[in-house]
Design a protein around this ligand. Sequence first.
Ligand SMILES: NC(=O)c1ccc[n+]([C@@H]2O[C@H](COP(=O)([O-])OP(=O)(O)OC[C@H]3O[C@@H](n4cnc5c(N)ncnc54)[C@H](OP(=O)(O)O)[C@@H]3O)[C@@H](O)[C@H]2O)c1
Length: 249
Amino acid sequence: MKSNNKVALVTGSSRGIGRTIALKLHKEGFEVVVTYCYDKAAGEKVFTEINKNGLLLKLDGGNERNVKDSVEEFSKKYDHLDVLVVSGMHDKPHSFKKTSFEDWKFVLNSKLDSSFLVPKYFYQLLKKTKFPQIILNTSSVEEKPQIGALAYSVASAGVANLVKSLAIELAPEGFRINAICPGTTRTDNWIGFGLEDDNMWKKFADSNPMKRVPTPEDIAEAVSYLVSDKAKYINGLFLYVDGGSRHKS
Ligand SMILES: NC(=O)c1ccc[n+]([C@@H]2O[C@H](COP(=O)([O-])OP(=O)(O)OC[C@H]3O[C@@H](n4cnc5c(N)ncnc54)[C@H](OP(=O)(O)O)[C@@H]3O)[C@@H](O)[C@H]2O)c1
């Protein structure tokens, strides 16, 4: 017998922002499907944190075969999906001059392709619920490019357009599609690019109007709002969680 509970799937929930969103949704009563891409041990750790109440999947959002397999695996336990959050990706931040075509393809696959493929193949399961929701994690750089992160900025802008397109196309079927746009957040995403550099993080905080960078918890709170009934008429929104830093030149 399959579960009647509300189910949320969060891609890239083995760590960082996705992990915190998964834990938050679990706390709010969802059965949560945790996914990892490369690091199974990290996925298992989060799965244990939610008392194994849900499911653990390997999901590489940019790999069509793997996304289809994930749908199959998911369907053994659930016949519906209420909330889909696409957050998982890995970056290779380089300038235009330093970005190889391989880097470009990797980042666009990781962020943009996955934002298309995961909703595409989970669509039928989302359709089974009355008020299905898709939340795509883009970035505050969807608006203004981040210098030195060319492919990432372009992919984020692509995800932003996808949010707008899906919000128009799927709303008549009862869907709500929204974006969360985090500012610079201290997660493993920054490994190799200054994660441990306290001075760099102090500079980021000092340059933010709110004098700190967002935490994964700030971003999970935004998701919590979007999935709540309070947001039932909110569709196609870009919810920035950046302390207002996007308004600075
Ligand atoms: N951190 C920031 O400053 C920041 C700012 C704005 C937006 N964002 C966005 O927030 C999201 C999460 O970033 P984060 O900072 O939490 O990064 P993170 O700590 O590095 O976590 C990335 C997560 O994504 C998974 N992942 C990697 N490639 C994937 C793929 N192809 N398909 C599905 N999952 C994949 C990873 O799984 P494994 O561990 O198994 O590899 C991991 O769970 C990203 O979309 C990022 O663009 C981050």
